[in-house]
Ligand binder design. Structure first.
Ligand SMILES: *[C@@H]1O[C@H](CO)[C@@H](O)[C@H](O)[C@H]1NC(C)=O
Ligand SMILES: *[C@@H]1O[C@H](CO)[C@@H](O)[C@H](O)[C@H]1NC(C)=O
Length: 409
């Protein structure tokens, strides 16, 4: 039955094209991609340090936005002494040097800066949202003596307590803002009482990005809720929209149909992204999107454009695997409601030299020169596949055409 095998092979070769329900004109443009390490940990050559000289054992949990000027702000957790989720963690960031270099080359970025890092506590989960000339940045915080599971050893030999519902022991939500394009940040304000339900112990905002709706409101994804900002740019009143069944790490987009789209990390032993759709006033139930396998990790979603200059597009990135964080893939949906993901490309098609294993948390923005800019976690410490040893964060830029020339969907 050799001919049958041949037919099957032929079919396999052309099968991805059968998903091409939309003939995207962007495919005809020249594919572009460029990628390099943006956050370099202490064990790498030319590690990133604050101007105070402080360097970091590892960088994790990226978030990236383009401001109203076109400048790009890349945020991360700078973990001082270990790669763990607890202990002394600072909220750090980098800006592009100008408003029009789009972060294309390593030299286009300023040195490492800090939003906040005071004390031995755990500052993290950067979740910025651009609001005209104001950039709001939500963060999670907990005291340095606590961790999510408790009983973790700290560098000084002490052991953490488990996060609890007390004021000292719970996770807090903080908000800071910049009105000078990310150069400086206001003193972070504790908004736990207003924007976290009473009685919660663990909490997480984002991590990733908040969005501005076409109707002007801001929506910031957080554990089992959205944080809604009403009012005018730079002068927002915040409130909660509870989302029963929502995940601990959620992403948000406004799909081309104008609806809100939550795409959350699987909980428990789930294998797929958890998706729900709604509006500011009502939300549907969460359900598995069986087209989007996920190894119980964070992912990122980006509304790219309405159907004005081509088909409407939504972009999604995660590790497309049920059991490994090392299969980073970026996908495009042309559906009004991002139901089906028509094309995709594995990031490993454009490897970063010496980068060890790439994969884990990610964040995306649309750059002012119509590229997708993405931050992706990577592992320079133990590139033999050992888990839980993230060190560095890669910056990638690619255009739609690069995705559309990928071999797989
Ligand atoms: C992709 O990038 C190249 C190089 O910048 C550019 O010429 C091309 O128009 C881009 N295509 C799309 C679809 O953005
Ligand atoms: C902010 O908005 C409130 C109403 O929501 C208004 O009373 C106040 O004057 C505004 N402040 C500024 C600086 O615009």
């Amino acid at each position: 039955m050799r001919w049958l095998q041949g037919a099957a092979a032929l079919w396999a070769l052309f099968a991805p094209l059968s998903h091409a329900v939309v003939d995207d004109p962007a495919k005809d443009a020249a594919p572009y991609h460029r990628e390099f390490v943006l956050f370099r940990s202490a064990n790498m050559a030319s590690p990133d340090k604050l101007s105070s000289g402080i360097g970091f054992h590892s960088f994790r949990i990226p978030a990236v936005v383009r401001t109203s000027t076109g400048r790009i702000l890349a945020f991360a957790e700078g973990r001082r002494h270990t790669n763990e989720d607890f202990g002394d963690i600072n909220l750090v960031y980098k800006r592009t040097k100008t408003t029009n270099n789009h972060g294309a080359d390593p030299d286009d970025w300023e040195g490492l800066k800090e939003v906040v890092g005071s004390g031995s506590g755990t500052w993290g989960n950067p979740t910025p949202v651009v609001d005209g000339d104001t950039i709001y940045l939500f963060m999670s915080w907990n005291g340095g003596a606590y961790s999510q599971n408790g009983n973790n050893k700290l560098p000084d030999g002490s052991v953490t307590k488990k996060i609890d519902t007390s004021w000292a022991g719970r996770r807090h939500l903080y908000l800071t803002r910049s009105t000078d394009d990310g150069k400086t940040w206001s003193k972070p304000e504790d908004v736990t009482k207003e924007l976290t339900p009473d009685g919660w112990a663990w909490d997480a905002v984002g991590p990733g990005i908040g969005i501005k709706l076409t109707t002007g409101e801001l929506v910031v994804p957080a554990q089992r809720r959205n944080i809604i900002g009403r009012g005018t740019p730079g002068n927002r009143t915040w409130s909660l929209q509870m989302l029963p069944g929502g995940g601990s790490e959620g992403t948000i987009a406004q799909t081309p149909d104008g609806k809100l789209y939550r795409n959350d990390r699987p909980g428990g032993d789930g294998d797929y992204r958890r998706v729900a759709r709604g509006t500011l006033t009502s939300f549907g139930a969460f359900a598995d999107d069986t087209g989007l396998p996920d190894p119980r990790c964070e992912g990122s979603v980006l509304f790219y454009n309405q159907a004005d200059d081509g088909p409407a597009r939504t972009i999604f990135m995660n590790s497309a695997s049920k059991d490994s964080r090392r299969h980073m893939r970026v996908r495009i949906s042309y559906d009004k409601d991002a139901k089906k993901w028509n094309y995709g490309r594995e990031l490993s098609d454009a490897p970063v030299s010496g980068a060890g294993y790439e994969g884990g948390y990610s964040s995306m923005c649309k750059t002012a020169d119509f590229k997708i800019g993405a931050l992706v976690e990577s592992d320079f410490y133990n590139d033999k596949g050992g888990g839980n040893s993230y060190r560095a964060i890669i910056w990638r830029r690619f255009n739609l055409s690069w995705i559309l020339h990928g071999p797989r969907n």
